[in-house]
Design a protein around this ligand. Structure first.
Ligand SMILES: Nc1nc2c(ncn2[C@@H]2O[C@H](COP(=O)(O)OP(=O)(O)OP(=O)(O)O)[C@@H](O)[C@H]2O)c(=O)[nH]1
Ligand SMILES: [Mg+2]
Length: 221
């Protein structure tokens, strides 16, 4: 299900995107500092969002790998920028799993360091084609999310909002949250005018998210 003013994804696009994500994915790099990023190769996309929103799980669902990105019930699992690449055709696409923001229990200093890293990376990566900002479908956009959207808008980095954990909501609630979220982002300058609803657990919206990514890569390659 999507809420959008964009063209729907047809069967052909969905199939092409399925193929795009086939093939072996591998972890290639981890960065804890902005001066320690891997060289830019091909096109990059990144997944950002609050701690525990389901970034690592969504990357595993997209790549059909159970444990490519490490997930956890405990917030704060991902503590660095993790870079994943297709090793059969390495020039194609790099996926970046980001530390979650907005999680206070790891300590103020760590939170500040992560937040700086996230914002610096998002502002300064020229092969970053689009950032997927994940929002828990049960909670909607919070202030900490707003700050990240603001950074992206100011830096003119294209982003798309993706609702996660849709399985935790009834169909009517899913539609309501998708529409409410769309209303919040539709006037933001760097936001792609579509909100995707996903569940990594149930596979909901995953083919569509692949297709959305396929479009982005196709546009600029
Ligand atoms: N119900 C439901 N739970 C999910 C879904 N995706 C992830 N989760 C759960 O949410 C928790 C966090 O998932 P992660 O993928 O580790 O979240 P993250 O955003 O990478 O978290 P950090 O790395 O700590 O920022 C885990 O307990 C997952 O099982 C989903 O689609 N539905
Ligand atoms: Mg994670």
């Amino acid at each position: 299900m999507t809420t959008a003013t964009t063209k729907p994804y047809d069967a052909e696009e969905i199939e092409a995107a399925r193929k795009l994500f086939e093939g072996p994915w591998d972890f290639v790099w981890a960065s804890t500092k902005i001066d320690d990023l891997p060289p830019m190769v091909g096109q990059e996309i990144a997944f950002a969002g609050r701690s525990n929103v389901g970034k690592s799980s969504l990357i595993n669902a997209l790549t059909r790998r159970n444990a490519l990105a490490r997930t956890s019930h405990t917030p704060g699992r991902t503590q660095q920028l993790n870079f994943f690449r297709q090793t059969d055709d390495a020039e194609r696409l790099t996926i970046v799993d980001m530390p979650g923001y907005g999680y206070a229990a790891v300590g103020k200093e760590k939170v500040a360091a992560w937040t700086r890293l996230i914002h610096d990376y998002l502002r300064g990566r020229s092969n970053l084609m689009r950032v997927y900002v994940l929002i828990d479908a049960r909670h909607g956009i919070k202030d900490v999310d707003g700050a990240v959207l603001e950074t992206l808008d100011k830096a003119a980095v294209s982003y798309q909002v993706v609702l996660t954990k849709a399985d935790a909501l009834k169909a009517s609630e899913q539609q309501f949250m998708a529409e409410a979220t769309y209303d919040e982002i539709k006037r933001r300058p760097a936001a792609f005018p579509e909100v995707l609803l996903t569940s990594s657990e149930k596979g909901l919206g995953i083919p569509e998210l692949r297709a959305a990514i396929g479009r982005v890569l196709g546009e600029r390659s």
